[in-house]
Design a protein around this ligand. Structure first.
Ligand SMILES: C[S@@+](CC[C@H](N)C(=O)[O-])C[C@H]1O[C@@H](n2cnc3c(N)ncnc32)[C@H](O)[C@@H]1O
Length: 255
């Protein structure tokens, strides 16, 4: 039996004005169209950002990047480690024009947490045997604005100095993630390790670039491979590719 109230309610919901039904249909169609559209848009924006990271910040094959697909190679490895670990303090030693440091800072921005201390004395070919493909970029006046291009300035600080100078002036710093890509000689990388291992928090990660690199570069003899081989730490992970560089990771299990 229909009551007067029930009939009134049915009329309210059943007899929708035509414009309301049409707008509802448009909304439904939009939702279905916009998902693929949004996904495409997202892929385009990601490729654009990756393109900037590779070109402006000088990512190269040594970082296992792939140009046509704008794949970030080892950069994506750093990014996902930082997104997962969410470290408060990150230290990055050495970079030609900021490829790895910018990715570390980007991951902090996406975490909305953490900060990168980036250290490089800005050596170039005039510093014979010490620049390791460095082009003196960090000594240029504009270098301090370099990370502003993709709004990362809040997440990264630049220190134009060597590892040793940095440690002397920042004695209290402790890090959960340390990336070493500075002095690639055997003595140089060993020194960085000795200086920085005490600065790594328990369960923190220390990452080395060029653990399989051989020969010489800009008058310097690669020694990271020898150092890596000698390193007596059980928790060692190696990505021995590309053959010209490679990446090694160790974890500090015991203090
Ligand atoms: C250019 S990076 C090597 C390339 C790197 N694999 C990349 O993908 O950008 C090496 C950098 O280490 C820096 N460097 C050299 N000796 C250093 C030291 N003792 N402490 C910190 N950085 C150093 C150089 O200035 C140079 O910019």
């Amino acid at each position: 039996m229909h009551t007067k109230k029930g009939l009134l309610q049915q009329r309210k919901t059943g007899d929708k004005p035509v414009w309301k039904t049409v707008s509802h249909k448009i909304k439904t169609v939009c939702i279905f169209i916009s998902w693929p559209l949004l996904i495409t848009l997202h892929s385009i924006l990601t490729a654009l950002l990756n393109g900037i990271l590779i070109k402006r910040y000088s990512g190269d094959e040594g970082q296992n990047i792939k140009h046509p697909s704008m794949f970030l190679g080892f950069g994506s490895l750093h990014y996902s480690l930082i997104r997962n670990i969410k470290p408060k303090h990150i230290l990055c030693i050495g970079s030609r024009k900021g490829f790895v440091p910018s990715i570390l800072a980007l991951a902090c921005q996406h975490n909305n947490f953490g900060h990168v201390d980036f250290v490089d004395p800005g050596y170039d070919i005039r510093n014979k045997g010490k620049n390791w493909s460095g082009v003196g970029f960090w000594k240029k006046p504009l270098a301090k604005y370099h990370f502003q291009t993709i709004h990362l300035q809040q997440w990264i600080s630049l220190y134009v100095m060597t590892t040793e100078e940095f440690i002397l002036s920042h004695q209290k710093g402790i890090y959960e993630y340390i990336y070493i890509d500075g002095d690639h000689s055997y003595e140089g990388v060993k020194k960085d390790f000795m200086l920085l291992w005490p600065k790594l928090r328990k369960h923190g990660l220390m990452v080395f670039h060029d653990v399989v690199a051989k020969g010489t570069l800009d008058n310097g003899k690669f020694g990271v491979k020898k150092f890596w081989k000698e390193l007596k730490i059980k928790e060692k992970i190696i990505f021995p590719f590309p053959k010209t560089s490679g990446l090694g990771i160790i974890q500090k299990i015991y203090l």
